[in-house]
Design a protein around this ligand. Structure first.
Ligand code: MN
Length: 353
């Protein structure tokens, strides 16, 4: 068993690798230009916000969880709980750890760079001894730092102090929370949580734990054909319009919804329907996957409108609906989902402006 593998025993013991018995993590650090060991600080919103300070030592990431984060201010001596070594594959992980898994939450790469021991020449021995003097060359963190072991908590975890020494990089009052963005992508934890590009499956071996998430491209939609538009123009004030395979029962087609302005022609319901059919390919990417509330003006914009949430009973069967299973009594239960040009036309006929 290699030393790095041995050191990751703790990491593995806290996670379920039942999927496969492959050893998780290995001393296969990605190549780097200058040969200096790397460090990373990840801002991790799990049950509690903390910063994970990780130093590359002999093929693993030796790690401390720092609730208040590292600072350039020598006066800020921060609690740093020594936690289990992490596999090197975690070095540049940014994304989401599923809820319910160990460390569930979101992670950004808050800082990274290289580090160098400034006292002694054996990082492993210095950590064993509980006193680490080192320099960081990161994008946010620079200069001379110290990690000193102080105590153990009830669970046996080692409590250390992390602080910056006075040097030319020291900055009074420097607060990590004032610099929240990722050095990898420029994103905040909120932005990563809202649209993660990777998932860390801590129940898998490290080499397979990072799962890329690629957002599926939205579908695309067709504009109306010229004969379809001609058929719309040929309808009397009401009738059935066959549009992209759907039968739409249209009413009050010559009703003016927007009165004439600046010498122009008024906009009738027929005009509005034609317009919705034409802009559907551009609008649907924003609508197709979300339930909507419609703001209806059945008698035109000169008369008061009203919000209409519940899908009416006369809606066509093909209109997609979303049911709110958590609706309280009296609350709207079924919302329309406008996911096709005919659905958008149906909303126009319904007076949804
Ligand atoms: Mn963490």
């Amino acid at each position: 068993m290699s030393e790095a593998t041995e050191r990751l025993e703790k990491y593995r013991s806290m996670r379920d690798f039942s999927v496969t018995a492959e050893p998780a993590g290995a001393e296969t650090a990605p190549p780097r230009a200058d040969g200096a060991p790397r460090f990373v600080v990840q801002r991790h919103r799990a049950r509690r916000l903390h910063y994970d300070v990780r130093l590359e030592v002999r093929g693993v990431l030796v790690s401390w969880a720092v609730p208040k984060g590292p600072s350039l201010d020598p006066a800020r001596k921060q609690l740093a709980v020594h936690v289990e070594d992490h596999p090197i594959e975690y070095f540049d992980f940014e994304g989401v750890i599923p809820k319910g898994e160990y460390g569930g939450g979101d992670v950004v790469v808050w800082d990274w760079g290289t580090w160098r021991l400034t006292k002694g020449d054996d990082a492993g021995a210095a950590i064993e001894s509980g006193e680490l003097h080192f320099d960081l060359t990161g994008e946010k963190l620079r200069g001379h730092f110290m990690l000193i072991r102080r105590d153990r908590d009830q669970s046996g975890k080692e409590q250390w102090l992390l602080f910056h020494k006075k040097d030319e990089f020291a900055q009074e009052g420097w607060d990590p929370e004032d610099h929240p963005r990722s050095v990898k992508t420029g994103r905040t934890n909120d932005e990563v949580a809202a649209a993660p590009t990777a998932l860390w499956r801590s129940d898998r071996p490290a080499s397979e734990a990072s799962v890329a998430l690629v957002e599926a491209a939205p579908p695309s939609w067709e504009a109306p054909a010229s004969d379809e538009l001609a058929a719309l123009d040929d309808l009397k004030t009401a009738g059935t319009w066959v549009f992209q395979g759907r039968e739409l029962r249209l009413t009050n087609l010559d009703k003016v919804l927007f009165p004439a302005r600046n010498g122009g022609a008024p906009v009738t319901k027929r005009d509005l329907i034609r317009y919705h059919a034409l802009v559907a390919p551009s609008m649907l990417p924003y609508l197709y996957d979300r339930p909507i509330n419609s703001h209806r003006y059945p008698d035109g914009v000169d008369r008061p409108g009203f919000w209409h949430k519940e899908v009416p009973g006369h809606a066509p069967e093909w209109l997609r609906q979303w049911h709110n299973d958590e609706a309280d009594p009296g609350e709207t239960e079924c919302y329309a989902v406008v996911d096709s040009p005919p659905a958008l036309v149906w909303m126009a006929n319904f007076g949804a402006l």
